[in-house]
Design a protein around this ligand. Structure first.
Ligand SMILES: [Mg+2]
Length: 281
């Protein structure tokens, strides 16, 4: 009898598939925020992997009221979330080929009215945590035990609205709200430390009343340990701060000069998928 591979191994394989799905979509349009998508693939695998993910979901019924909500505050990371929703089984794999096309349910920036499983229209940055706060309050009021997660970028820590929402979540003791911060060290205007210094990130969240844990966001066991610690914390909001590497999983993209919108030449998409296979399987 062949035993099933351990959960970590299954999650690594799921992360590789998420990266591959993102590269497929990137090739369709010749663009996409692929560097960021590769960077957060491990995080999304830990949340969305079918049978293994942190989220309580019914993939075929994305409107189920008991589901955990996962809010993509960073709407430009939509390519990454579509890849994860395909992995979860909410979006058919073949639909990824429609990415960014007219009439597609998969527009290049995340929009709730288009895509099953896309909870909010993100991309006016700095709004996800405020929405999570409202959802957390409403769920608690209704006695619904679902949890609310929101994925933010380190660039969104420049937004005052993020910190206003952080205060509100702590004030209302929203134990059902968890933030995940993708600290990739880069934002649209350049490297994060040069645009607006956000460190020390962990201490800032703690000062705002959050239970904060910082992990390597490309290390699946570390992500699982971090989430387990957050799950054990009750009585207030918690945040998983994830240090990630842009282009992770595709060595020639990981070592490419970092750019918010990473250019990938037409012939490089297949090369990227080849490197991905080599790196992880
Ligand atoms: Mg960033």
């Amino acid at each position: 009898m062949i035993s099933a591979p351990p959960r970590e191994q299954r999650l690594r394989a799921a992360a590789t598939r998420i990266r591959r799905h993102a590269l497929t979509m990137g090739e369709v349009q010749g663009q996409g925020y692929i560097g960021q998508a590769l960077g957060v693939a491990d995080i999304l695998a830990v949340f969305y992997a079918r049978g293994d993910g942190e989220l309580r979901l019914r993939p075929e019924d994305p409107g189920w009221d008991g589901r955990d909500r996962f809010l993509l505050s960073i709407g430009h990371y939509a390519i990454a979330l579509y890849a994860a929703l395909a992995e979860a089984g909410t979006i058919p794999l073949e639909e990824l080929e429609t990415y960014g096309a007219d009439e597609s349910r998969l527009p290049m920036s995340g929009m709730a009215s288009y895509t099953p499983g896309m909870e909010i229209s993100g991309g006016s940055l700095g709004h996800g945590l405020g929405v999570a706060c409202g959802m957390g309050l409403a769920l608690r009021h209704r006695g619904n035990p679902a949890r609310v997660f929101t994925l933010l970028s380190d660039g969104e820590l420049d937004e005052g609205s993020t910190w206003e929402a952080a205060m509100a979540c702590a004030h209302h003791e929203l134990g059902n709200v968890t933030a995940i911060v993708d600290v990739n060290g880069l934002q649209a205007d350049g490297p994060t430390p040069g645009v607006l210094r956000t460190e020390p990130v962990t201490e800032k969240w703690r000062a705002f009343g959050w239970h904060a844990v910082r992990v390597d966001g490309n290390d699946i066991p570390a992500l699982l340990d971090g989430l387990a610690e957050l799950r054990a914390h009750t009585g207030g909001p918690s945040v998983l701060i994830c240090d990630t590497r842009i282009g992770r999983g595709v060595p020639f993209l990981e070592s490419r000069e970092k750019a918010h919108f990473m250019p990938v030449a037409e012939h490089e998409w297949q090369a990227a998928r080849d490197q991905l296979e080599g790196a992880h399987q």
